[in-house]
Every structure is written in structure tokens, then in C-alpha cells.
Design a binder for this molecule. Structure first.
Ligand SMILES: [Zn+2]
Ligand SMILES: [Zn+2]
Length: 312
């Protein structure tokens, strides 16, 4: 039994939330790092929650749309995605997918030892608190190459960023790679240079196009949030990892509501979400979105055409 399996075997029953030791970097507010575990056919999916809490005022995130309207748009049971103080609740998560003999991580959170002054509370979370041995990880997938999805991919060794999982192949969207690599270094987010470029330099980064598969995950291109965002379908199940296709459950009901200034092509977001929601609803898919703390299904329902349901 490897360390990952041993650690997970100690967890409580499925879908339980387990509080792990509080961790924090020097001078940081301690945050609880939790995990939530689910079984889907032959696969186990573990949500490794880097952070989960009140994040932003609705009117800021949704460009002037007020709290009452956002509450109305939240699907049934999603009230927990608005905090008591009226702020929208966002999570940052890494997903561990396990089949017998295979450990896969999807998205890499914000990461250790990386200075992101605009988000100081995301720093210095300890993936190792889960007992996850880096050597146990076979693949790391990125839905896209934003800073909050690549952070744990590399680790600092002797002053250099090197792959954090020495035996893993890393998989990213070719379109995202081409786009971010083409930006001048001075204008792109430093995460590309400290968390993605070192993977390519080490020869461990594979690039996928629409429809291609690796390690039982099939990539489906969904451009808008970034030029090459991909959704990963876990073959043999109805599970999809959708990254930042949406950021908040109100966007199931209001696909056209934009995510602040986070989207590469905001004009395309609404139509792209509708297209993907249709295929996900038809597949009765269970969605894991990087910033939504619970898995959801998307249903064809209501005036706007879609809604979401938390999977219990
Ligand atoms: Zn993003
Ligand atoms: Zn994100």
C-alpha cells in the first residue's frame, strides 16, 4: 500500500469532509486544508481543498449585479455559495483521481513558496499534509494555465523551480501553451515562468489537442475563459473536470454572467457555457469545477434553460 493509498484509507466514509492539521506559512493566517472523497465506478476522486471561503462581493464579480439577483440565480441547495457577509464563496482545489495502480492529479492550485502578493492567503499550503508522496503521482493534468491552477506543479530546489512530482508526466492544452508562451515575459503572469516553463525545460510536459486522451482522461476543448481551456472526461465514468468553465453556481442558471475580468474572451463565455452545459446535461455528468466546493450535475430546466444540482 503506497503512502497515498494508506492516507486515503484512513479517511472516513465516502464524501466525508476530514479536517487535516492546520497549516500556514510564516505570518500567514492558518487555513484548514480538507479533503472530500467520492467513488465513481472504478475510480476514486478526492477533492483536495486548498482554500474555501468568502472571496468577493457579488457586484464586483458580476459587474454590478446585486446580491438579491445573485441569490435568486443560485440553484436550489446552493445557498452555501454565498457567505453570511454576502460575499461569494469560492474554493481552490486540486483533484486526485485514482484507479488501481494509477494516481492522477488535476490542476495544481496556487502552490507553495510562490509569492502572489494579490492573493497572500493562498500561499504555503502543504499538499504533503495529505501524505501524498511525490513519487506516487503518475500524471498531472492542467485544465488551463492560469496561476491558480499550476502552483504545486513545481517546487523550489537549490534556488531553481523543478517538477514537484519527479516520476510524473504533465499534460496541458497545446493551445494554452502556445498562447501563454507567445506572450512577452514582462506581460505574462510569473506563474508561467516558475510553474509551467520548468516542466517543458525538464522534458516532462505533453501537450494535448481537442479529443486526445491520456491516462483515461479525454480532453474536450472549451475556449473562452482561456484560448485553450480543456474539460477532462474521466473515461468509464460520467465524471468531468471542468476547470474554470464556470466559477460560481449562479452561472449554471445565468451562463452569460461573466467572471469579473478573468476571461480571455468574455463575449464568447455565455454561448460556450451553454454549448458545454448541453453536452454535460445529456451525459448526466458529474462536474468538478475548480472553484466550486461541491460536485454538481447540470440540468435542462427553468427559464434560462439550465440549472445545477449538488451531487450528494
Ligand atoms: Zn482560470
Ligand atoms: Zn481558476
Amino acid at each position: 500500500m503506497n503512502t497515498v493509498t494508506a492516507a486515503l484509507a484512513t479517511l472516513a466514509v465516502l464524501t466525508a469532509t476530514v479536517a487535516l492539521p492546520q497549516v500556514a506559512g510564516p505570518g500567514r493566517t492558518p487555513l484548514l486544508l480538507s479533503v472530500r472523497q467520492h467513488t465513481h465506478g472504478p475510480c476514486k476522486v478526492t477533492q483536495i481543498v486548498e482554500s474555501d471561503g468568502p472571496f468577493v462581493d457579488p457586484a464586483v464579480f458580476y459587474a454590478g449585479i446585486g446580491l438579491d439577483e445573485v441569490r435568486k440565480a443560485c440553484p436550489p441547495g446552493a445557498a452555501g455559495h454565498i457567505a453570511d457577509d454576502g460575499k461569494l464563496v469560492f474554493a481552490t482545489q486540486i483533484f486526485l483521481v485514482q484507479r488501481p495502480g494509477l494516481n492522477v492529479l488535476i490542476d495544481m492550485g496556487s502552490g507553495n513558496d510562490k509569492e502572489r502578493p494579490e492573493q497572500p492567503w493562498w500561499h504555503h499550503q502543504k499538499l504533503a499534509s495529505l501524505g501524498l508522496t511525490p513519487d506516487d503521482v503518475h500524471f498531472v493534468f492542467f485544465t488551463h494555465l492560469h496561476d491558480d491552477h499550476v502552483g504545486f506543479a513545481t517546487t523550489l530546489r537549490n534556488g531553481r523551480w523543478v517538477p514537484a512530482f519527479p516520476k510524473a508526466r504533465y499534460v496541458a492544452s497545446k493551445i494554452d501553451w502556445d498562447y501563454f508562451a507567445s506572450l512577452p515575459k514582462a506581460t505574462r503572469h510569473p506563474s508561467f515562468d516558475d510553474s509551467v516553463l520548468p516542466l517543458a525545460n525538464a522534458g516532462v510536459l505533453d501537450l494535448v489537442r481537442d479529443g486526445e486522451r491520456r491516462a483515461g482522461l479525454r480532453a474536450h476543448l472549451s475556449p473562452a475563459h482561456t484560448p485553450g481551456l480543456v474539460l477532462y472526461e474521466l473515461e468509464g465514468t460520467n465524471v468531468w473536470f471542468v476547470g474554470d468553465l464556470l466559477h460560481h453556481p449562479a452561472q449554471f442558471v445565468r451562463p452569460e454572467w461573466k467572471s469579473a475580468s478573468y476571461d480571455f474572451d468574455p463575449a464568447a463565455v455565455g454561448a460556450e457555457r451553454r454549448k458545454q452545459y448541453g453536452r454535460l446535461a445529456d451525459a448526466n455528468a458529474v462536474l468538478y469545477a475548480a472553484h466550486i466546493g461541491q460536485p454538481y450535475r447540470v440540468l435542462r430546466e427553468g427559464e434560462s434553460g439550465f440549472t445545477g444540482r449538488i451531487c450528494r
